[in-house]
Design a protein around this ligand. Structure first.
Ligand code: PLP
Length: 372
């Protein structure tokens, strides 16, 4: 059997990510590869850092893109900030909070769980209680935008509580960055990671990451070596630091970083406020259309993510068959339910480039005719 080139169809991606990539970003990806220590590339990396600082709304000097997906950004936070024996308060209101628990335990830490129902945001009162009951806790970890349910938590309030108890925060902003307000400096968040493939509409496989000075200080004061060589951020820093000389750490994913640079230039040109508003507008259009079809949302409007719409599958409807029809007939991908919502909900993403009226109209038309 001969194996030829792979040509995928042109899908419209309206699931939980990856999202559709901006055409300009795909073009940037195919520009000539230069060496990753080429002075021109290093100049591009310095710009990328500034663009990431804008997207995160931070002045943190430690602001980079991890050369691996969001899960690696998550792991980079835990392996660097959690030392064996340390207590971490982990808020769980969906799949990704549970992954945080896994990370804490694999670092030899003790995870104190704050449990919230699926579809609900993290309750700051429960976080306050956990902090009172565990005065030796060092970190509070939570997911800002839970992709498994579509719930948005109050990062500012949780971070304030953490600071009152002298704890650092680890914040999952994989789905929030670029889609809803995320103000790293104003909210005084400490370690925040994201993903390139959601509201930035960039290629998957990169994880924007920022550490506050408090977080960097904790890493510098570690008693034990970070067990992961690749994710040890004290080594990576030498590679990303802007002051002329760069030392080799790993081969940067050169073309993917061009793509991230381009996606962030687009975000900067649009402006964060406008991008957030565009996500809200698209969500309202989608909500109105879905409600006309009698489809109900999982998450209360007050905590709903505009970029990730979890809706209940109407009774008697075959989940798999509908998603398959959407894919085959309309080249449209929507997401299945995850974890506790598997088989019960769909997740319709309006992320980045997908947060547009054309996409909303296609999704509503396709769903209406498929559900008939
Ligand atoms: N955290 C959240 C909230 C996510 O939605 C995802 C991916 O969907 C991840 C972490 C993991 O990111 P990745 O799949 O890029 O490794």
């Amino acid at each position: 059997m001969t194996i030829g080139s792979f040509y995928p169809p042109q899908r419209t991606l309206m699931g939980p990510g990856p999202s559709d990539i901006y055409p300009q970003v795909l073009q940037a990806l195919s520009r000539p590869t230069v060496g990753h220590l080429d002075p021109l590339f290093i100049g591009m990396m310095d710009e990328l850092k500034q663009l990431l600082q804008y997207a995160f709304q931070t002045q943190n000097p430690f602001t980079i893109a991890v050369s691996a997906p969001g899960s690696a950004g998550m792991e980079a936070c835990f392996v660097n900030l959690v030392e064996p024996g340390e207590k971490v308060i982990v808020c769980r209101n969906g799949v990704f909070g549970d992954r945080m628990r896994e990370n804490v335990e694999r670092c030899g830490g003790e995870a104190v769980m704050v449990e919230n129902a699926w579809g609900e945001p993290v309750d700051p009162q429960l976080v306050a209680q956990a902090l009172e009951a565990n005065p030796d806790a060092k970190i509070v970890a939570f997911v800002h935008a839970e992709t498994s349910t579509g719930a948005l938590s109050d990062a500012e309030a949780i971070a304030k509580l953490a600071r009152q108890h002298d704890c650092l925060t680890i914040v999952d902003a994989v789905t929030s960055l670029g889609g809803v307000p995320l103000l790293v400096d104003e909210w005084q968040l400490d370690a925040v990671y994201s993903g390139s493939q959601k509201c930035l509409s960039c290629v998957p496989g990169l994880s924007p990451l920022t550490f506050s000075e408090r977080a960097v200080a904790k890493i510098q004061q570690r008693q034990s070596k970070v067990q992961s060589w690749f994710l040890d951020q004290s080594l990576v820093l030498g590679y990303w630091s802007g002051e002329g000389k760069r030392s080799y750490h790993h081969t940067a994913p050169v073309n993917s970083l061009y793509a991230l640079h381009e996606a962030l230039v687009l975000l900067k040109n649009e402006g964060l406020e406008s991008a957030w508003q565009r996500h809200r507008d698209a969500h309202r259009e989608l909500r109105d259309g879905l409600e006309k079809l009698g489809i109900e949302f999982v998450v209360d409007e007050a905590y709903r993510l505009p970029q990730l719409n979890a809706v209940y599958i109407p009774e008697g409807v075959d989940d798999t068959q509908v998603r398959q029809t959407l894919l085959e007939r309309y080249n449209l991908e929507i997401g299945a339910g995850l974890g506790a919502l598997a088989g019960k909900a769909w997740r319709i993403g309006l992320m980045g480039y997908a947060a547009r009226s054309e996409n909303v109209a296609l999704c509503l038309k396709a769903l209406e005719s498929t559900l008939k």
